[in-house]
Every structure is written in structure tokens, then in C-alpha cells.
Design a protein around this ligand. Structure first.
Ligand code: MIG
Length: 813
């Protein structure tokens, strides 16, 4: 414990900037064109390469000495090929580079770079580049009183990061979810600069060493700095927030479609201690009819924490356990840490040493650091040979029917003073050796990449699931992210929302916190409220720490159990909607859960609103975030909204007071919203869900769009076109006399039931509050089996047989 001595006046040091003399580019002295790649601007002390890499994406890389920059990237960046011409011109005061979507003007003296979009609006305004004698470099970018900041991956605090400073250095700090923590498990060096009425843009710093984003120190500029290695920036054009995030996806990729079971509810505990306990938890879920898809094995399943082993006493017959789990419809996801026990009789260690797969010092000595198994070696995932070896070790799991892996401690976390690997370890890096200090933030992502690719090699065409704690930009291509060791605090329930929203704005759509909280003891009320909110985070897992109260949903009395059951069930009923959102993010890169600002970028009141969020574009989730609280203020943006529970119509553009007894989490659907539901099942891949009728609910009062995506939920057959995409469009006649729901089959590659989706399906359609009581209802392209209108509720219902049709139109008049 610290006491007040911590703030002793003698301890307060001066500002770092005073201690170092800073050098900066003052003026430009010349230019070297790089042909179709871009150009190099020569400064008085350093050079700046300006490389348009894709439409609307500009790379700016500072380098010292020579004419040619090293244009290699980290694996975060996808291979991009610039299209279109680059035109370089010079006048007395500046150099101008025209490229697809952008105009970049570099002023000669004093030096500065302004990046404009093709409508002539100023995006990034780079005021300067400076560095100290150790060549720690900083880019200074203009901001003003109207600036707001988003992104930064996994960070604590509120949605808008203005006035904050963050470090990017993957860190395992226990219980780190406090506002002043600057570095967490994930490092996504990415900021979005947003101002109302101005085009938004983002900046990615592709440097996996220690970097920082400072929106705190100066009022008129924000600073992006790299302690070592290159200042390698990507300016990403908007103009809207959505465009910025879509363009980021061009650069760092999208979340591939997960297996459907991985988007179901998941239950974990540090640890389920033995085989019998695992099965008991599984059976209890089924007995209690609480839907659940996945159970987790934390570190106790291993033989003295040796990775790729089973504890022979606690887990004597894993195959038998897996068979029962499978028959109950569960998947099992075991934890895999990177540390390999230093034990000369342990095959994994021996193989790793023998083949040179472990991280080493320059002199050849293997880096050994203490983690759970005691002194351990760490695979060098920067070496493709080692990564492939590691990936193939997972046959240990796939051979037992395991399809998902949980990567923990992969910052990497080491139980020593620096809390991580020695910085002078030299990673092989496929022939381009670099120190751990230079590559630190890549370690976790490369572990998950090796894991995902290895699992994929051994799953016979099924999609693997990988969950990770550490990551870098691009992690979404390989793994789902959970936010690490939060606590069972109401404050952490509240904080999990902006955290997941900013992860989504950083390219990581598939993320979520430990529902109920990891450390500290939850209460029934907290678990009920957290499960309500958690039912709508893309990743939905209840997890808790050793030595805390157990946290399965049935342990806090009937009322809490009922609440957990009904919200988890709601997630399962909405599975067609959720899965379609996962499809959408896999092609667009847009997040599944969104801050209101993303959908209402002109609304001045939502720039930091993060105690409510949108699930997809139309469904507003307003969780209760405090104990003993049974109502809350909810902001409804302009337009009409429907109370999900009562159907009551509310006018937006205002705050309302929502009623929220413990069993109710306020939810609202935008007028024009369309939600797809299926019959309740106990796990996501249950065939009953595919066979049962699909229900679409249209909330009238505005134009609506929804794309329904279906496939087998399990394999890569969709890559060969075995999926079905239907676009629903709801329109209303201007005179209020009629409306229609059109369905267009955008893709119909599913043939028969072979790929999991039956070709013929009954569609049940509800329309909440059509503008008038329909008297004439017709369908073309589908058989109208029946229809009715409940005048009291203002609800229209129709049942259609949409088998074998290219599309249909349902018309209400
Ligand atoms: O706390 O493996 O964040 O989810 O249960 C140290 C045990 C190690 C940290 C993870 C947590 C997991 C725990 N691990």
C-alpha cells in the first residue's frame, strides 16, 4: 500500500520536455520523386516519405539518412496497391502531391504538412515533427476546442478521449480498469479526430514498440510519439466516422465470420477444476434451460501448467468429457498461454529448444521467465517456422473435438520486475531480426495468428474461434478480444460500454468484457444488470476469478436466474439479427455495437454519450449501471422510437425517463428498424433454429433496411458462395395510405439443406403501428398464408411462404 509520501514534493520531477533538447524539421530542402509510390521530402534534419497507399489513405514516414525509406510494414498492414496517378508539383512555398482522394501540401519553411480531401476540406494538419537525442519522435497535429477523439483500441475512461493521454505497451497489470491507467493489454495505435460539421479522419501509427497519444498536454495540438523505431503514420480519410472506420478496415482488415456458436452465451470460471465439474455446469445449463454454447477451461486443466497437456487426475478422460459436451450442444474452449515450462522431459520444451523456436538473446541464450509453470521459455512467433509449429501443436485439441482456443498472458506477461520479456531479446522476425523492445506489441497478435491458422489447418473446413487478451492493430483478423481483468464493480459495468465501443471504432468488432466482473465478488443485482447489457455485446461471456464468489447465473436466487435466462434467451432469439451484423462487419468493417455518434453524427449532444449504445443501426440499448436504480434518463435522437417492451411510440430529439424495474433493461427501436428473430434454442447451432419460422418485425414510421445473412454457421462453404443474403426494404407511401416490404435475394447460393439452411421457409412478419389499419393486403412473389391486424395494439401480422422465390413484395394498403 502506498501512503501520502507518494506525492512528496521532492518526488515531483520537471516536465520531460525540459530535460531533452528537441530537434525538429524546420524547413524542406528538396524532394525526390518515388514514381508511382509517392515522394520523399528532404528536411534539414530528417526526411519524410509521403506515400499514398490506397484511395484516401496516405502514409507519412519519417526517416534519417539516405534517399530511400524502408517501406516495409508490420503484419498489421494489409498489402495495398495504390491505384491512380500521383502528381507532384512544386512552387516557391510548398510541394503538393495529388493522389486518389487526397491533396497533400507540404510547406517548405516553416515546415508543416496539410492533408486535404478532394472537396478541399482540411483533414490532418501536421504542425511539426520533432525528436530528442535518442530519436524518440513526435508528430504534432492541430486540434482545437471543437475536437473530439475516439479509437485508441482498449482503453478505460469515457467515449471521447479528449484531454487524455494513452500509452501503447501491452501490459498485464492486475485490476487495471481505472481511469488513470495509460496502457492495457491491447495496443491499437489509432486515433480518430472528429469535429462537428468537419470531415473526420484517423491516424494510425504502425510501430509496435512503446508509443503514445497525448491529447492532454497542449491545448492546440495533439501529439503522437514513438519511443523508438519509426514514426510511421497513416492518415485515413473520412469524411464520416463510418467512412473512417471503413477505411481503417482497408488498412488493417476485418473480423472474419466466426462460427455461430462463438456468438452465443459463454460461461467461464478461473477455474472449473475437473472433468466432473465441467459436465455438471453443462448439465445445469440444460436443466435450467438457460441457453449456452461454450464452457471454458482455465489453467487448472493442464498438467502442472504445461501447455498442450491434461492433468491426469482432474481430467483423466477428456474424450469422454468432450463426447458428453458435444451431445449437450456445448463447445469447450481451453486456455493456452505462451509460456512453455522449462522441463527437459517435456516434449514441447524439448522440441522448441531443439529446433530453435524459442525467443533468445543475441548471444543465443534462451530467454527464460517465470509464469504459471515456473521458469518458462516463449515461442518466437515472429518466426514463421515457430508459429507453424505452435499452430500444429493444437492437434492436441482438435483431435479431441475442440474448436476454440483462449490465448491469455500473451502481452507477454512475465512474473518479473518489467512484467514482460526482456527488451533485449532478439526476435528472428523472418530474417529481419528486431529486439523485443521494438516488437513488443506484436507478440500477442502473432500468437493468436499462429493459433488461428494452426486450428484452421486441423479443423477440416470448420471455422476456429480464438479469444485473446493481447493484440495490436489488425488483431480482429485473428481473434476476438475480451477486456481482461475487470472487477465486479458497477463502475466497471459502466466502463465496459465505452471500452467496447472504442474497440469497435478501432476495427475490433468482436469484443466484450467479463460479464459479472472478474475479480471482487459480484452480487445478484450486478449480475442481473450486467447480463442484460452483456446480452448485447458482440462477445458475451461470464467469467470470474479464483477466490471470488461463483458467478453462474443460477446462484443468486430465482429472480436473478430468471432475468439472466430471459436476456440470454433474447440474444438467442435475435440470433439471425446478430449473425447478420457479424456478416456485415466481415464485409464493411463497421462495428456491431455503435456509439450514437456513429449513426447521428450531427447531433451535438452525443459526442460523449456512452451509458447507452446502439446494437446495429436501429436498436438502442440503455442498461442500468447503478444499484438500486429502477429508472433512468435515456436520450433518443431525432425521429420516432418504439419502446421494445411496450411498443409505445416516443418522439426523439429529447431525453426521456425510462422505467426499469430489475427485470427490465430499457430498449428502443428506431422507427424504420427491422429485427429478425428465430425460435428459442439452447445453443446457436441447434437445427431447430434453422427449421423454425423466421420472424421479422418492422417498426413503421420511417424507411427501413435490413440485410439477412444465413449460412451453415460452421464452415467456410460460404467462401464458395454457399450462403443466402436477402435485403429487406420497408417503404411508406407519402400519402400515408400504403406501405410495403420488399425482399430482394441478393445472393442465393444455398442449395437444399446440405449447408444448413433449408431452402423453403415460412416468414412471419409483424408491422408495429402501420400508418393506417390495412384493408387490402397483397403479396407478389410469395404465398400470403394469412394476415391479421390487431387494432388495439396497432400491430399487423402476416405469414408468408417464401419458398423458392427470387424475392417478394408484401403490400399493405
Ligand atoms: O490472472 O488464467 O485475464 O481471465 O482467468 C492471471 C487465469 C491469469 C488472467 C486472465 C483471466 C484468467 C487468469 N489469467
Amino acid at each position: 500500500m502506498l501512503n501520502s509520501e507518494e506525492i512528496h514534493p521532492d518526488k515531483v520531477s520537471g516536465n520531460d520536455a525540459d530535460k531533452h533538447s528537441l530537434i525538429r524539421i524546420k524547413r524542406l530542402t528538396g524532394v525526390t520523386p518515388l514514381g508511382s509510390q509517392g515522394a520523399v521530402l528532404h528536411g534539414d534534419h530528417a526526411n519524410l516519405a509521403i506515400i499514398p497507399v490506397a484511395a484516401g489513405i496516405l502514409r507519412l514516414k519519417v526517416f534519417f539518412g539516405g534517399d530511400k525509406p524502408d517501406l516495409g510494414t508490420t503484419p498489421a498492414i494489409l498489402p495495398l496497391t495504390q491505384t491512380g496517378d500521383i502528381v507532384l508539383t512544386e512552387d516557391e512555398a510548398s510541394y503538393t502531391i495529388l493522389s486518389a482522394g487526397l491533396r497533400t501540401v507540404a510547406a517548405k519553411s516553416p515546415f508543416g504538412v496539410k492533408v486535404y480531401d478532394d472537396s478541399g476540406e482540411l483533414l490532418a494538419d501536421l504542425l511539426g515533427i520533432e525528436w530528442n537525442e535518442k530519436r524518440a519522435q513526435t508528430a504534432l497535429l492541430a486540434m482545437d476546442g471543437e475536437s473530439h477523439f475516439y479509437g485508441f483500441g482498449e482503453k478505460t475512461g469515457f467515449l471521447d478521449k479528449k484531454g487524455e493521454r494513452y500509452e501503447m505497451w501491452n501490459s498485464d497489470v492486475y485490476e487495471p480498469h481505472v481511469p488513470d491507467i495509460e496502457a492495457l493489454y491491447q495496443s491499437i495505435p489509432w486515433s480518430i479526430h472528429f469535429r462537428y460539421g468537419r470531415p473526420a479522419y484517423g491516424v494510425l501509427l504502425d510501430n509496435p514498440g512503446r508509443t503514445a497519444f497525448d491529447m492532454r498536454t497542449r491545448a492546440d495540438r495533439y501529439q503522437i510519439s514513438a519511443e523508438r523505431g519509426a514514426l510511421d503514420l497513416y492518415i485515413v480519410q473520412g469524411p464520416t466516422l463510418k467512412d473512417v472506420v471503413r477505411n481503417l478496415a482497408e488498412l488493417t482488415g476485418r473480423t472474419p465470420l466466426p462460427p455461430k456458436w462463438a456468438i452465443g452465451y459463454q460461461q467461464s470460471r478461473y477455474s472449473y477444476m475437473n472433468q466432473e465439474e465441467v459436465l455438471k455446469v453443462a448439465r445445469t445449463f440444460r436443466e435450467k434451460r438457460i441457453p449456452c454454447d461454450v464452457l471454458y477451461l482455465d489453467i487448472h486443466y493442464m498438467d502442472e501448467y504445461r501447455v498442450f497437456t491434461w492433468d491426469p487426475v482432474a481430467f483423466p478422460r477428456p474424450q469422454e468429457m468432450m463426447r458428453e459436451l458435444e451431445s449437450l450442444g456445448f463447445n469447450l474452449v481451453p486456455i493456452v498461454d505462451p509460456g512453455v515450462k522449462k522441463d527437459p522431459s517435456y516434449p514441447v520444451y524439448r522440441e522448441g529448444v531443439h529446433n530453435g523456436y524459442f525467443c533468445r538473446k543475441l548471444e543465443g541464450e534462451i530467454f527464460i521467465g517465470p509464469v504459471w509453470p515456473g521458469p518458462s521459455a516463449f515461442p518466437d512467433f515472429t518466426d514463421d517456422r515457430a508459429a507453424e509449429w505452435w499452430g500444429d501443436l493444437h492437434v492436441h485439441f482438435t483431435g479431441n473435438g475442440i474448436k476454440g482456443i483462449w490465448n491469455d498472458m500473451n502481452e507477454p506477461s512475465v512474473f518479473n520486475e518489467s512484467k514482460t520479456m526482456d527488451l533485449d531479446v532478439v526476435h528472428a522476425n523472418n530474417g529481419d531480426p528486431k529486439t523485443h523492445g521494438e516488437l513488443h506489441n506484436l507478440y500477442g497478435m502473432l500468437m493468436s495468428k499462429a493459433t488461428q491458422e494452426g486450428m484452421k489447418r486441423h479443423l477440416n473446413g470448420e471455422r476456429p474461434f480464438v479469444l485473446t487478451r493481447a493484440g495490436y492493430a489488425g488483431i480482429q483478423r485473428y481473434a476476438t478480444v475480451w477486456t481482461g481483468d475487470n472487477r465486479s464493480y458497477w463502475e466497471h459495468l459502466a466502463m465496459s460500454i465505452p471500452m467496447v465501443l472504442n474497440l469497435g471504432l478501432s476495427g475490433v468488432a468482436f469484443a466484450g468484457p467479463d460479464i459479472g466482473g472478474f475479480s471482487h465478488d459480484t452480487t445478484g443485482e450486478l449480475l442481473a444488470r450486467w447480463t442484460q447489457a452483456g446480452a448485447f455485446t458482440p462477445f458475451c461471456r461470464n467469467h470470474s476469478a479464483i477466490d471470488t464468489i461463483r458467478q453462474e447465473p443460477w446462484l443468486f436466487g430465482e429472480k436473478v436466474e430468471d432475468i439472466c435466462r430471459s436476456y440470454i434467451a433474447l440474444r438467442y432469439r435475435l440470433m439471425p439479427t446478430l449473425y447478420s451484423f457479424f456478416y456485415d462487419t466481415s464485409v464493411s468493417g463497421l462495428p456491431i455495437v455503435r456509439p450514437l455518434l456513429m449513426e447521428y453524427p450531427d447531433d451535438a449532444s452525443v459526442y460523449n454519450l456512452c451509458d447507452q449504445f446502439l446494437f446495429g443501426p436501429d436498436l438502442m440499448i440503455a442498461p442500468i449501471l447503478r444499484p438500486g436504480t429502477f429508472s433512468r434518463a435515456v436520450y433518443l435522437p431525432a425521429g420516432a422510437w418504439y419502446d421494445y417492451w411496450t411498443g409505445e411510440r416516443r418522439e426523439g430529439g429529447r431525453w426521456i425517463l425510462a422505467n426499469a424495474p430489475l427485470e427490465t433493461m430499457p430498449m428502443y427501436v428506431r422507427a424504420g428498424g427491422i429485427l429478425a428473430e428465430q425460435p428459442l434454442t439452447m445453443h446457436a447451432c441447434d437445427a431447430a433454429a434453422q427449421a423454425g419460422p423466421l420472424t421479422l418485425t418492422v417498426y413503421a414510421g420511417g424507411e427501413g433496411r435490413f440485410a439477412l445473412y444465413e449460412d451453415d454457421g460452421l464452415t467456410y462453404a460460404y467462401e464458395q458462395g454457399h450462403y443466402r443474403l436477402r435485403r429487406f426494404v420497408w417503404t411508406e407511401d407519402a400519402d400515408g395510405q400504403g406501405s410495403s416490404l420488399r425482399c430482394e435475394r441478393a445472393h442465393d447460393g444455398v442449395t437444399g439443406t446440405a449447408h444448413g439452411t433449408a431452402a423453403s421457409r415460412i416468414l412471419r412478419i409483424f408491422v408495429e403501428r402501420p400508418s393506417k389499419a390495412p384493408s387490402q393486403v397483397t403479396a407478389s412473389g410469395a404465398a400470403l398464408l394469412e394476415w391479421s391486424y390487431d387494432a388495439a395494439a396497432g400491430r399487423f401480422f402476416a405469414e408468408l411462404d417464401v419458398s423458392e422465390e427470387d424475392g417478394f413484395e408484401l403490400r399493405l394498403a
